[in-house]
Design a protein around this ligand. Structure first.
Ligand code: F6R
Length: 607
């Protein structure tokens, strides 16, 4: 949540800060601001609204500045407004700070500062930071920053600009991501790599409890006690092009169309002959046998991937699996121990709730496997083993290609555990592996039907409500389809276990309520078909989804979408694609911004 940038060097700072903020807008976009040092003065420009509003307000101002910080906000404390936008300054205007995270004890700090004569202008938790700095500053900026960190509870990544130290920026990280970019006599601060990739591939990924001091002659790292820290330079392998739209109107559409490639990268290198080989999981078959339970923890879309993981592991490995929402998990004294295998799923690897759940699981002695898309993320670093989803950089707020690769990872993990436990016959494993190899090509076949989905979207455009129904794995996919539609088109959408609809919710079905019925699970095919009939009997308008060659749904549904034939267990990987496309086209038809839906941010680094 919120994106931070900082620059110190010889170039004009403002274009670099704005460019970095553009790349970080996915982290929040309700207001933005920058602070620079120019003519021995801290100059500030902030504004409510998207970055474009700030850019316009700035015009050609501050063009002489070569050092500054910037911020794009997702409001947590204090509504989006000019005054609540970052950067925030102290009473004297000598310190400017941008912050990502939540200062949990900000109310008591505000009172403490007020007693000492400080005037806080905004409703934010952040504004206590520059005032604390003003209080502790006695000529040594790093020392003052260090003393401030001692007063804070909560999560904070921040960048500090000081009038007294015109050739210095200080960056601090605790529980919110922050990286330092190392250029040629120029240095950068950013919440995420895309913000600096145009300028350098060399980075330091700060760990919790670290401070970086950026000066013209280099970067020094230290811990919160002031002890020097030595760190390897992390060289980013992917290029800036990955962060561009490549001819698509939106990142979301580009990312949906990248799914065949993402599946290929995630799956194929892990399939050897007729087996799944996960070299990155350092567990022997003997160790795997000793696990009595699996617990999967994640949020949002990643949680929906976890639901599919549960069904697959229970079906193929025959051990009980619980799936928990990360923000609930740690507050209910979870029953986990050294016999529990915990799997956390997170695209960003930075979701605060998931990271906290991971740490809670480790505290109870559980082994934690992370499924994540971001190399070097906090979750990747804290887990015992990491299974990377090679989706590539995902920028659109609504997750698509990361989700599909999370599903692929669930299949891989379930098969890996089944192989170790000997719970599936070799022939069956071979059959699944063969079907897995076909998935990338089949995903492309589904994408080739985007035109049809676009037509179907016209039915949803005027709708106020929509339902997604299915049984078993289809229900889990339905949950993801409903979330996608809600988050980018603002249509109220709900997913129901198809058999549950008649226990109340069917009262909401009218002729204006589109219903998507997923019917890919052979064992419950007839049952779901009957549920479609129930909806039709109430005048609902139904799109059915089944496999090519199956004509049966045409008799009951208004429209049928056909998927290439695959195993029931792998169907979610194909079935979600038309649902993602549908959400996208409905969003566009309703005039919404599919890449930046209202009220949301991609990386949720606050609890
Ligand atoms: C929805 C979406 C979110 C994320 C959730 C977890 O499209 O993207 O629901 O799935 O915020 O994020 P990660 O996977 O980064 O932990």
């Amino acid at each position: 949540m919120c994106g931070i940038v900082g620059y110190i060097g010889k170039q004009q700072a403002v274009p670099i800060l704005l460019d970095g903020l553009k790349k970080l807008e996915y982290r929040g976009y309700d207001s933005a601001g920058i602070a620079v040092l120019e003519e021995s003065e801290i100059k500030l420009c902030k504004s409510l609204g998207r970055l474009a509003v700030l850019e316009e307000k700035l015009g050609q101002d501050f063009s002489a500045a070569t050092c500054g910080v910037g911020h794009t906000r997702w409001a947590t404390h204090g509504r989006p407004s000019d005054v609540n936008a970052h950067p925030h300054c102290d009473c004297t205007g000598k310190f400017a700070i941008v912050h990502n995270g939540i200062i949990e004890n900000y109310i008591e700090l505000k009172e403490w500062l007020a007693e000492r004569g400080h005037h806080i202008l905004s409703e934010t938790d952040t504004e206590v930071l520059p005032h604390l700095l003003e209080h502790f500053y006695a000529g040594d900026l790093e020392e003052a920053v260090r003393l401030v960190t001692e007063k804070l509870r909560g999560a904070f990544a921040m960048a500090v600009l000081s009038y007294n130290h015109p050739q210095k920026l200080v960056a601090v990280r605790k529980d919110s991501p922050l990286i330092i970019g190392l250029g040629d006599e120029e240095y950068f601060i950013a919440s995420d790599i895309p913000a600096i990739l145009k300028y350098t591939r060399k980075t330091y990924i700060l760990d919790d409890g670290e401070i970086a001091v950026l000066q013209e002659d280099g970067v020094r790292l230290m811990d919160f006690q002031g002890k020097p820290v030595h760190k390897e330079i992390y060289e980013v392998k992917w290029d800036a092009q990955a962060a561009e739209k490549g001819g698509y109107e939106h990142f979301m559409l580009k990312e949906i169309f990248e799914q065949p490639r993402a599946l290929r990268d995630t799956l194929l290198s892990r399939l050897e002959n007729d087996l799944v080989v996960l070299q990155e999981i350092d567990l022997t078959a003997e160790e795997i046998i000793h696990y009595q339970r699996v617990v999967i923890v994640a949020c949002g879309t990643a949680y929906h991937a976890g639901l599919i993981g549960k069904t697959l592991i229970e079906r193929w490995v025959r051990i009980p699996v619980e799936v928990d929402i990360a923000s609930e998990f740690r507050y209910r004294s979870p029953l986990i121990d050294a016999q529990t295998l915990v799997i956390v799923i997170s695209q960003s690897g930075e979701t605060a709730d998931t990271l906290a759940a991971l740490r809670e699981a480790k505290r109870h002695g559980a082994r934690v496997i992370a499924v994540t898309n971001v190399v070097g993320s906090s979750i990747a670093r804290d887990a015992d083993d990491v299974l990377y989803t090679w989706a590539g950089l995902e920028i659109a707020v609504a997750s698509t290609k990361a989700y599909i690769t999370q599903l692929a990872a669930m299949v891989l993990l379930a098969l890996f555990l089944a192989e170790a436990k000997g719970s599936l016959p070799e022939e069956r494993i071979k059959e699944i592996v063969t079907a897995l190899r076909q998935l990338p090509g089949q995903a492309q076949e589904v994408l080739d039907q985007a035109g049809l989905v676009r037509q179907l979207a016209t039915v949803f455009q005027p709708a106020e409500d929509a339902f997604f129904i299915g049984r078993g794995l289809d229900w889990s996919v339905a949950l993801e389809g409903a979330l996608k539609l809600k988050e980018i088109s603002y249509i109220h959408a709900e997913a129901y276990a198809a058999g549950e609809l008649k226990h109340g919710t069917i009262a909401l079905i009218t002729k204006d309520t589109p219903v998507i019925a997923l019917v890919t699970q052979h064992d419950v095919y007839e049952k779901t078909k009957s549920n479609i009939e129930e909806v039709k009997a109430r005048d609902g308008w139904v799109i059915g989804m089944t496999y090519v060659g199956d004509q049966r749904l045409e008799k009951v549904a208004d429209q049928v979408f056909y998927l290439p034939k695959t195993l029931s267990e792998l169907a979610p990987i194909l079935a979600v694609i038309p649902l993602q496309l549908l959400a996208y086209y409905v969003s566009i038809a309703r005039g919404c911004d599919a890449d930046k839906p209202r009220n949301l941010a991609k990386s949720v680094t606050v609890e």
